[in-house]
Design a protein around this ligand. Sequence first.
Ligand code: PEP
Ligand code: MN
Length: 337
Amino acid sequence: MVIVLEKNITEKQVDNIVKHLEDFGFAVHKSQGVEQTIIGAIGVKPDFDIRKVKILEGVAEVYRITEPFKLASRSFKKDDTQIKIKNVVIGGNEVVVMAGPCSVESEEQIFTIAEIVSNSGAKILRGGAFKPRTSPYSFQGMGEDGLKLLRKAADKFNLLVITEVMEISQIQLIEKYTDIFQIGARNMQNFSLLREVGKASKPVMLKRGLAATVEDWLMSAEYILSNGNMNVMLCERGIRTFETYTRNTFDLSAIPVVHKRSHLPVVADPSHATGLRDKVLPMARAAIAAGADALMVEVHHDPEHAYSDGPQALLPDQFAEMMRQVKLIADVIGRKM
Ligand code: PEP
Ligand code: MN
């Protein structure tokens, strides 16, 4: 931790700051400049609340130089984490695409969409059976019947399955059908749920919360990792800002930021990030260019009648075109697709 002191600080105030730091358990190194004095405090505990120093008289600024997350951090593990599930690797050189409807709606719907996305090169079928809806009166998902259909459709077209788990009580059931657990944006800080999927045997995709900083997001990943599940991928799905022309604001810069701080693979979801189908293709291209390891996109053959998120679902032809274009981008940056 680095503490920058105010310019006209008194000696008594400096002594008081030093005493506090020593009492907190830090080794203190003072660096007296002509203009400004800086204190280096060594031996930071990851959970130390730096506000305890910020509020001391004479302190201008406090900077933390170690990260509060450990297992998720690049300094803990230098090499990229590669998550191997059957014949698919997420976080390797190959860019992986997960696609499917927002919700599983019927046998006919999920089989139709599974065939479409598989024909265009997707490796993983998405679809919600338990849906986190803003309104309790909206369609809540088909539950276990939806999981069964999702699994059957994926198996038929040689795809893996990703689906959302919303509650601890659903983990055992969903684990029977899925290959990857999805933790939705609204549950990113549901710490008891994170701990429990941390004890599960299948990989987890953790979506970024609606108003979460990258640090909050990595701290949530830490809950899963520290409970033993090292197969965690992070999904950028847009954050809330004051902008209204899109559903959320796609934080593209989070992709290289996370890659620098963490070894965990990054998935980009341009569907929820923009909320509008005509914005999905350009943002999918941008996400691959920014280094995303995988894409998650919503696709529907009849989006006008979709039970949820129809306006952001790509039509089959648009999905095929997206696959064609993102492959070109992947080639340019030396990745396979
Ligand atoms: C979803 O993937 O269908 C979903 C609900 O996403 P998010 O949690 O990002 O809103
Ligand atoms: Mn959706």
